[in-house]
Design a protein around this ligand. Structure first.
Ligand code: CU
Length: 185
């Protein structure tokens, strides 16, 4: 019993060290992320809000009230215990939605490298739809399923009720089982 607890404790520490692992050119990298405050677009100008991401944007939300989600993303070589931030050529994280009706599609966002040494994925327009928003990474120019890999589903929206978040999780679990088709907006 004690051994099992020790093992689980060791595993959870390890898992926190490398929240998401990706392999590239025979090298392993770790990716970690932290949600930031969402942004608003007021008459074409971006402004910080006091609301944490992720924020779902419900249909008929007036333009000035829309909250666009933002996150910081750090990447380092898995074997580097100092977790020195690295920049990978052509690397991109993007938002993507798998829909229950099978019409999967990308979303709008901005992905940039910040001179402070991390990536920023912001201005994410996460519209409320019958489907599952997710983050995927790619080296390709296109935001497509076939040339990318899933990092995670976006769940637990800050502005959803517990019931709405539960519904969202059900949709995400349903999407995992159906391959569907891709189309561009
Ligand atoms: Cu959709």
């Amino acid at each position: 019993m004690n051994l099992i607890i020790l093992f689980l404790a060791a595993f959870s520490v390890y898992a926190q060290d490398c929240p998401y692992e990706l392999s590239l050119n025979d090298k392993s990298y770790c990716l970690d992320f932290s949600w930031q405050n969402a942004e608003k677009n007021i008459n074409g100008k971006w402004e910080a809000s006091d609301k944490l991401s992720p924020q779902i944007i419900k249909s008929r939300t007036p333009g000035k009230k829309k909250l666009y989600s933002a996150m910081d993303i750090q990447i380092w070589e898995k074997l580097d215990s100092l977790q020195t931030p690295v920049k990978i050529e052509n690397f991109r994280v993007f938002t993507y939605m798998e829909m229950l009706n099978g019409h999967h599609h990308g979303g709008s966002y901005e992905f940039t490298w910040n001179e402070q040494g991390f990536y920023t994925l912001n201005k994410m327009n996460l519209m409320a739809m019958e489907g599952c928003w997710q983050l995927r990474w790619t080296l390709s120019d296109e935001d497509e399923m076939s040339t990318s890999q899933k990092i995670m589903n976006i769940e637990n929206f800050v502005n959803y009720s517990d019931q709405e978040n539960a519904q969202q999780m059900i949709w995400c679990s349903m999407c995992r089982t159906s391959p569907g088709s891709e189309h561009k907006h």
